[in-house]
Design a binder for this molecule. Sequence first.
Ligand SMILES: [Cu+2]
Length: 138
Amino acid sequence: MERAKIVENLTIIGALALFIVIGWSSWAVLNDLESEKPADITIKVIGRQFAWTFVYPDGTQSGELRVKAGQTVRLELTSEDVIHSIYFRDFGLKKDVVPGKTNVLYITPLVPGQYLIQCTEFCGEGHYSMLAWLVVES
Ligand SMILES: [Cu+2]
């Protein structure tokens, strides 16, 4: 076999191996993100133009998400109107909030403080104002 053909075959095999490694590791991360996990508290999150509402297990509602540091929080995300997307910038977490569907997102904030929650799906004229705070208490 001539040298060019050997290089060509090695390139194809190398690229294929690289795609398999990237695909496998991506699948593992995605599977971990999407799987059900034990949580300390479940909070319902309702998105609507142009505000977030957080509903706690005792039925109280708030415009801010208040949790304890170290708690694993299961967020059940629904929308009352259009598609929104909740984004915890400081945690690098984002999930679509879709009408008629319940998406789940887990967060475990460890450091007390205030963190911005944003909508990152253009949802209308007031999209820019669809902000809330995650308050992590010690
Ligand atoms: Cu929105």
